[in-house]
Design a protein around this ligand. Structure first.
Ligand SMILES: O=C([C@H](O)CO)[C@H](O)[C@H](O)COP(=O)(O)O
Length: 212
């Protein structure tokens, strides 16, 4: 299991400052969709230059023109790029093909997908690298989470790694870890804490225990 820090509500200097605090305790740093919207792929480029030893995920949530967008994110230095599970199969195939060419990975975000099991099975057959269940901010606000969806994808996915995102906090992490996803994505659970380093360190500890 790996830990990914999601950065959503920061600009580039704030992102650099934050990653410096927690870099010893995370495996992947995510440049969140709002950051890409505000700062562009420059954010990916600058974070990768500052932290060459961390993997960088560009959360583009691609829906179309997938090959082109994967190429651009790859050129900026992203190691992993996200596409939406709701995208057309042609787009998923385009993303996978381009990522392979560039030596990068594709993470599919299942946000808003209704038939989680059916779509996860199809995506797995299309050769994506990660399938991620995700409760976005707007559904977190009405009390939802993705714990049941994680069990659903784990029951059907044979090749891809599994991931979970959306409102994971220190208190809920043990339940997540018990379900053994390959990747745990945490944003506010770290970034909204006063002591971000301590929160990330504690999460890393729980994940390492879950790996034993
Ligand atoms: O992908 C995300 C969201 O759609 C905003 O871009 C977040 O990075 C993801 O939900 C993780 O953040 P938290 O929910 O704050 O843990």
């Amino acid at each position: 299991m790996e830990l990914q820090l999601a950065l959503d509500l920061v600009n580039i200097p704030e992102a650099i400052k934050l990653v410096k605090e927690v870099e010893d305790h995370i495996d992947i740093v995510e440049i969140g969709t709002p950051v890409v919207i505000n700062e562009g792929l420059r954010a990916v480029k600058e974070i990768k230059a500052e932290f060459p030893n961390l993997k960088v995920l560009a959360d583009l949530k691609i829906m179309d023109a997938a090959g082109y967008e994967v190429m651009k994110a790859s050129e900026a230095g992203a190691d992993i790029i996200t596409i939406l599970g709701a995208a057309e199969d042609m787009s998923i195939k385009g993303a996978v093909e381009e990522a392979k060419k560039q030596g990068k990975k594709i993470l599919v975000d299942m946000i808003a997908v209704k038939d989680i099991e059916g779509r996860a099975k199809e995506l797995d057959e299309l050769g994506v690298d990660y399938i991620c269940v995700h409760t976005g901010y707007d559904l977190q606000a009405v009390g939802q989470n993705s714990f049941e969806d994680l069990a659903k994808i784990k029951s059907v996915v044979k090749n891809a790694k599994t991931a979970i995102a959306g409102g994971i906090k220190l208190e809920t992490l043990p339940e997540v870890v018990k379900a053994q996803p390959d990747l745990v994505i945490v944003g506010g659970g770290i970034t909204s804490q006063d002591d971000k380093k301590a929160a990330a360190a504690e999460m890393q500890k729980i994940i390492e225990q879950g790996n034993q």
